[in-house]
Each structure stands twice: as structure tokens, then as C-alpha cells.
Ligand binder design. Structure first.
Ligand code: AMP
Ligand code: MG
Length: 412
């Protein structure tokens, strides 16, 4: 039986990008860049003033003070959107407005507030540093410099600058196709009529949603009865995907055929059990380069183990350099008792306390069969192995399921 970390360490190297493709900007949100993207033009495109005032040579006003102002004749004007101004004559100042082009020769802008104009003469009341109040050409982004690095997740800000730099499409990692293969004689689809002894295959929908949220393309195969031949045939079919998730049938019951089907289809298993609650019967193997994960059938276990063990891999398959959820310290809202045999990923609602501390309220129903207990869950809180009683206010580690930020290392 593997620990959570041992299992992740065995699994993560198997999740590698499955290819790249050209994606139009409008379709690229959430995708991960597969190439460095270089700036096409300088930002700002020309040096311009950050203030209303006077363009000068800093050296000409180096000793200016309110008591002993530097006196300069004003020659010309530069305004935003106007023509390129003439060069600044030595020893002179030029009237300039915010956003207007700096004249050649000028290297600073003196704020209007630090000057006094008398007719043609300008009195500068304060020294200026070279570059003061100047937005230098290329200072935000230099043409040819790396603007967005490979591995970067594309959100609004990234897409905005891509468009501004005239990129209509980018090379992104392909979204992996994820086969979801649910096993069990008892399963029927949501649209099928009720029948005694059957249950709706809810996992197919829950997991497909989790796959899509993580950036994969879910491919739900028809329900697989508890029959070895059918399981083998479906698994073979599923192996055309980039990642295969089987659900159920990995316990040690007489009708659990997933293990045998793995052997028959050439899936080399690296482990069958992970010391975690919920989810002990969790399998990982590979068929050639294709990772295959066997999740427990129990709906809560399936969803929680997907979150903890499959989601990071699925992110890594998309080239995400920070595939893990960020770890947060949370304070327990109330006391909690758990059976200390396995580390537990407890479902919780999270609020932020008055002092800014995240406070986690563990759900009363931590049983792994209770579907309503997955509704509106904000976080998984790690209850470490070996500790039975947890006090109110005790600080524990958690991942927030709604957050978008990643971390380079696993949270647990
Ligand atoms: P198993 O892992 O196959 O032993 O299944 C464990 C429990 O989860 C059983 O009560 C199953 O009926 C239930 N279960 C298995 N697969 C699914 C599924 N796809 N959707 C909903 N419940 C399931
Ligand atoms: Mg079963």
C-alpha cells in the first residue's frame, strides 16, 4: 500500500503532454502555451511623458531648487497624438503633455507643479533625474523579448497582450482525451427507466465534469457490466484515449474484473492501493505510454481520488508547470474526531474569519457513500494519520477546490 506522496511520485512522471496544436485566441482561454511567445513591438511604442510638464535634459536642471531655480527658455510643444516633436534644443525646455512623445535629446520631464512660467521663460524649482516621468520606449515590453513563456496558462491578461501584439493564434498543448469507463452490473444511465437493484451511473457525470474542469476532453464509454470479456474489450477500446479512468471493480469482490482486465490488455500496474480515506482501492498503471487510473466506484471516493490523484496529472498532460493545487492553512471551525488509521481528505466548507484566517467547517457526513455531501464542497482538508482528536482552531492543510492558482509541489 502506497502513501499519498509515494503514489503521486509514481504517477506524475507518466503524465506528459500529448501534443500541441494551433489555437485561435478566442478558443485559447484556459489552455497552456507550448512555445515562448516574443514581443512583436516595443511597449510603449515610443518614449512618452507620464505627466503634464516640461521635457528637459536632466543635466540642465541638476542644481535647481525652489530658492535657486534653473531658468530655461520654452521652445515648442509636444502633445498626445500630435506629430513627432522636433529635437529639444540644448539648454531649453519643451512643453509636453501626458502620453505625448518625448523630443529627441530630452531625458526627463519636470512636472508642471515643480515649475513657474513667466512669459517665454520657465523656472524649474526642483532637480530631475534622468528618466524621471518618462515612459521609455520598450520599457514594458521590448520587441523580441519573451512576452509569455512556455507553460503559461492563458487567461484574460495573457490573451489581451497577445491580441495587442497582433497574435491571432498560439501554439498550445492539446487537451488530452480522457476515457471514463464505469463498471458494474447495477449501473444504468440517467435516461434509462428505473429497475430493481440498479442505480444511476452518477460517476460518469461527476467525473466528466471534473475532467472538463481540469482541461481534458471527457469520453464516457457505455457502462460496462461485471464481465471479464466485456471489460477487456471496452478497456482495449478506451486505450485509444490519452488517459484512461476506470471506475469501480477494483476491490477484491468476486465481480471485480478490472484487475484481470488490466493484465489481459497489457496495463502494467504499479500499485493497487493507496493509504488514503476515502479511496483505498486506487490503481495506477500504464499501457505503453498511456496512463490508466482505476478509481474506486463509490461516488465520493471516485471524486475525491480524482481530485487528489488524477487532476494534477491531467494538468501536467497539458504542459502546466504548476499542476497542483495551492496549499492553504485552515483553522478548524469546531472539534472533530476521526479514525486515525489512514490520512483523510475531509470535505469542508470554507469561510474567511474576521482575522483573515481561512476557517474550515468539516461536513458532518464524511461517509464515502453520501452523494449530497459533495454538493458545494469548497475544500479538502488533510487529517493526518495517527491523530484521533482535532480541536477547534487547530491549523490543518487544505486545498481549495474553486481556486485557480497552482503550485509547483503537491499540497500533501
Ligand atoms: P465497486 O468499487 O465497484 O465495488 O463499487 C462501490 C460502490 O460504488 C457500490 O455501491 C457501487 O454500486 C457504487 N458505484 C460503482 N460505480 C458507480 C458509478 N459509476 N456511479 C455510481 N455509483 C457507483
Ligand atoms: Mg462494482
Amino acid at each position: 500500500m502506497k502513501s499519498i506522496r509515494e503514489a503521486l511520485d509514481l504517477m506524475m512522471p507518466a503524465f506528459t503532454p500529448v501534443g500541441v496544436e494551433r489555437v485561435a485566441l478566442a478558443d485559447a482561454v484556459g489552455r497552456v502555451l507550448a512555445e515562448d511567445v516574443l514581443g512583436r513591438s516595443d511597449l510603449p511604442p515610443f518614449s512618452n511623458s507620464a505627466m503634464d510638464g516640461y521635457a528637459v535634459r536632466a543635466a540642465d536642471v541638476a542644481s535647481a531648487t525652489a530658492e535657486a531655480p534653473a531658468e530655461l527658455p520654452v521652445r515648442g510643444e509636444s502633445k498626445a497624438g500630435g506629430e513627432t516633436p522636433p529635437a529639444l534644443e540644448p539648454g531649453c525646455a519643451m512643453r509636453i503633455f501626458t502620453g505625448a512623445a518625448m523630443p529627441a535629446g530630452a531625458d526627463a520631464v519636470v512636472m508642471q507643479e515643480n515649475t513657474r512660467a513667466e512669459g517665454e521663460a520657465l523656472f524649474v524649482l526642483q532637480a530631475a533625474r534622468v528618466g524621471e516621468n518618462v515612459r521609455a520606449q520598450g520599457s514594458d515590453l521590448a520587441q523580441g523579448a519573451v512576452m509569455l513563456a512556455r507553460g503559461c496558462r492563458l487567461q484574460g491578461g495573457e490573451l489581451g497582450i497577445l491580441a495587442a501584439q497582433r497574435y491571432a493564434s498560439v501554439t498550445a498543448y492539446r487537451r488530452p482525451m480522457v476515457a471514463i469507463l464505469c463498471t458494474g452490473d447495477e449501473l444504468r444511465d440517467v435516461s434509462e427507466p428505473e429497475a430493481p437493484g440498479t442505480i444511476v451511473n452518477s460517476n460518469a457525470y461527476a467525473l466528466a465534469a471534473q475532467v472538463a474542469e481540469a482541461g481534458g476532453v471527457p469520453w464516457v464509454l457505455p457502462n460496462v457490466p461485471d464481465d471479464l470479456e466485456v471489460t477487456v474489450a471496452r478497456l482495449q477500446d478506451a486505450l485509444r484515449a490519452d488517459l484512461v479512468i476506470t471506475v469501480g471493480g477494483v476491490s477484491v469482490g468476486e465481480y471485480d474484473y478490472v484487475k484481470a482486465a488490466f493484465e489481459r490488455t497489457g496495463v502494467e500496474a504499479s500499485f493497487w492501493k493507496v493509504q488514503v480515506k476515502p479511496g483505498k482501492p486506487l490503481t495506477f498503471g500504464r499501457a505503453g505510454a498511456t496512463p490508466v487510473v482505476g478509481l474506486p466506484g463509490n461516488p465520493i471516493s471516485a471524486m475525491v481520488t480524482f481530485e487528489a490523484f488524477v487532476r494534477p496529472g491531467l494538468r501536467a498532460m497539458q504542459g502546466d508547470l504548476r499542476p497542483h493545487r495551492l496549499r492553504h492553512a485552515v483553522a478548524l471551525a469546531g472539534p472533530h474526531r476521526h479514525s486515525p488509521g489512514r490520512p483523510e481528505l475531509a470535505r469542508a466548507k470554507v469561510v474567511r474569519g474576521a482575522d483573515g484566517q481561512l476557517v474550515a467547517e468539516l461536513l458532518k457526513l464524511q461517509g464515502s457513500g453520501s452523494l449530497p455531501s459533495m454538493v458545494g464542497v469548497d475544500a479538502l482538508v488533510m487529517l493526518p494519520m495517527g491523530q484521533k482528536d482535532f480541536a477547534a482552531g487547530e491549523i490543518l492543510q487544505a486545498v481549495l477546490l474553486q481556486d485557480q492558482t497552482g503550485a509547483a509541489e503537491p499540497a500533501f
